[in-house]
Design a protein around this ligand. Sequence first.
Ligand SMILES: [Zn+2]
Length: 371
Amino acid sequence: MLGLFSIYISFFTIDKLEIQNIDVELHVNGDNAYEYIRDQLDIGYRIPGTEERKNCAIYFISKFQEIESNFTYILHNFTTHSTECQNVLFKLNQNYGNIIILGAHYDSRAKATKDPNPLNRSYPVPGANDGASGCAVLIELARVFYQRRINLSCQVWFLFFDAEDQGRDNAYGIDNWGWCEGSKAFVDEINSFYNSETENLDCMILLDMVGGENLRFIKEQYSTSSLLDELFAVGRRLGYTEQFPSNPTTASIMDDHQAFVNIGIPSADLIINFWDNPHWPYHHTTQDNLTHISNVSLEITGKTVEQFIYNNYLNNTANTYKGNYPWHENINILNLELVIFLIGILSICGVVIAVIYFKRKDTYNEETHLS
Ligand SMILES: [Zn+2]
């Protein structure tokens, strides 16, 4: 019965949303994104405080400058645990007041704390999926949105976080580091990155582990449900029903979107089941390398975000939300529909009972009459 409920609820919440501009050709290319992961892995392990981490930030700048030589960027330097860290922010279409933040972390984990071989657990994680995949899709989206920038009625931020992945798991981690230090540091100073009088942070979409084989997104519970539901609806409308299943696993994941949720910005985490997943069991192991990356998964993620932006901001000059977000904070549509569903079931039960009652009464009357 519970299963029946969830099938019913998912059907209603995910598939009912109407998607605009669905006929626009999508340009995100998974092969490009795959190469951007290879580039990041070629740089080396992007551990906070290392030359490789710095070189990776320089790599992002060079990729954005390939798109436009004077692409606007801001380096956000911060120090955590006496280590110099750096978030990197690129801004497209600064003439628009409505801002969409697309984020991913670019640090890779210093220790493979979940490696099945205990001897490997002091080695670093290559971070092909955990880190590099989200960054690769951001670069590809920047290339694609730049080509259509004139038709987009929003500003897009591409935000690369440092120091996300050095926290503690399996009882040991990296010397007192927490998770998501980069996004917390960024949000602490968010007012210095935009003008709240003239600009509005509409939403934040985080891409984390979006390039592995057998991609299957979960319904992450800290995410703003209406925003995540729309991303699922867009993905399913594009035919990616395996990657955006109607019965997704649900879980609450500490990730870089949380800091944004906490200050009231609708935010969603596109992430997989990474803790108990026989189809991609490489999280925080030395096996999180290019071998288990799929250009198809990268393309599906990228095209879904591409279509999401077109759904809301392509040729749509009427959209000036100004604090009135289209993605309200977790209006729980699920509960509302559950109530409607229960009322429906009760009504049907009532009718059935009434029919049985009157039938019996008739039979009784007939019997009485006969006797
Ligand atoms: Zn990680």
